[in-house]
Design a protein around this ligand. Structure first.
Ligand code: SF4
Ligand code: SF4
Length: 367
């Protein structure tokens, strides 16, 4: 396994980390948590020592599964994360007690008395981040003083220049951000700023929400001459950035763990600028694709936005407008006419991690 230094700490982490939001759905539903825990145990065997979890992942079972595995390995050899924000505390104005109960629940599920990296979770905008700083950051600091959390970090879907603002405060040891071969131009300035300021940079969603493996022909350029599969090469694309510390790979099976390990075999690190030059001419960057993250859920008209946006992706990827209808009919089985129900309230666009013009696209689909 290839290891990297986490920012300006003395922590050495594996270049690929375990994303724990993809434990086998059927096993989760059936309560076979011990079976799911075989995945982090296998990852540990392969040298993956960074495990990223959170409340609500896998029907709120991910922390428990991860805890089962964590209790079976040498605790000091794994760096485990969890996350909280106003939503997990179910209040826009959380109290110290609410914060404490949520943290204790995570500790209990993870069967540990400390969390290595605790995230201020999913900062979608600078305004939201400012409110979290005012009302929540102090609780993080207190928990850190007590030794319940070791490092305060944040996760974000903000754009580059907003991330630079957060980084500039010097309040965080590291950050978690979505970055991949689809959106790299859009996110690169934030990653560089964090790295230059001595922060660890962890990347989620390196496969573009499944978009890359589902459209291998569009991303074949990533794998050219590497002997890797397209998904492996997409992981390697991210992990090879000097500015990126850990690339999270969501693993359902042991084969997924093997893919992640293979992706960073004899890794060569390069500065982001060099990587951009290398890939610029070979492929295209799709900053305007929906990644299927589903942060836009909760439409008041019950429009299945990620499905509509996935269908719109097909137009972008193939260059053919018909591809939208084809995807809606043959893949999602939803009528295009449902797009016309949008009342343009803007809720989804505010939450969209890719900052997509959802309303405009729905209008186009509705005809
Ligand atoms: S803008 Fe349209 S699609 Fe988005 S949440 Fe509002 S009604 Fe739903
Ligand atoms: S529309 Fe935006 S928020 Fe919704 S799934 Fe796609 S990328 Fe995510």
């Amino acid at each position: 396994m290839y290891y990297k230094q986490y920012g300006n700490t003395d922590i050495k982490v594996s270049a690929v980390g375990l994303g724990t939001m993809r434990y086998d759905e059927e096993d989760i539903k059936a309560g076979r948590l011990e079976k799911c825990a075989e995945i982090p145990l296998y990852a540990f065997e392969k040298g993956i020592n960074y495990w990223d979890t959170a409340p609500y992942y896998c029907e709120d079972k991910s922390e428990s599964v991860t805890g089962i595995a964590l209790s079976q390995v040498d605790r000091k050899k794994v760096y485990v994360t969890s996350k909280t924000n106003f939503s997990t505390l179910e209040s826009e104005h959380p109290t110290k007690d609410m914060f404490r109960r949520r943290l204790e629940m995570s500790l209990d599920r993870l069967k540990t008395d400390y969390i290595d990296f605790y995230h201020m979770w999913c900062m979608l905008s600078i305004e939201s981040w400012e409110r979290h700083m005012e009302e929540l950051y102090g609780f993080f600091e207190e928990a850190q003083k007590e030794g319940l959390i070791r490092n305060i970090v944040f996760s974000s879907h903000m754009q580059g220049n907003d991330i630079e603002t957060v980084v500039g405060t010097g309040k965080f040891k590291g950050m978690l951000i979505g970055y991949n071969a689809l959106n790299y131009r859009f996110r690169q300035s934030g990653i560089k700023a964090a790295h230059e300021s001595g922060m660890g940079v962890v990347v989620m969603n390196p496969l573009g929400g499944g978009m890359i493996p589902q459209n291998p022909e569009n991303f074949a350029y990533l794998a050219e001459g590497t002997g890797l599969t397209v998904p492996q090469a997409a992981l390697r694309f991210v992990a090879s950035h000097k500015e990126i510390t850990v690339t999270l790979a969501g693993c359902t099976t042991k084969a997924h763990v093997d893919d992640a390990v293979k992706a960073v075999e004899s890794l060569v690190e390069k500065p982001a600028d060099e990587i951009v030059k290398e890939y610029e001419g070979k492929g295209v960057s799709f900053n305007n694709l929906c990644t299927g993250c589903a942060y836009c859920k909760g439409c008041p008209k019950n429009i299945p936005i990620p499905k509509f946006m996935d269908a719109y992706n097909q137009k972008i990827l193939t260059g053919k407008k018909d591809a939208i209808m084809d995807r809606l009919d043959n893949h999602w089985d939803i009528p295009a006419s449902q797009a016309a129900e949008c009342i343009a309230c803007g809720k989804c666009e505010k939450a969209c991690t890719q900052h997509l013009p959802i309303i405009e696209r729905l209008k186009e689909i509705a005809g």
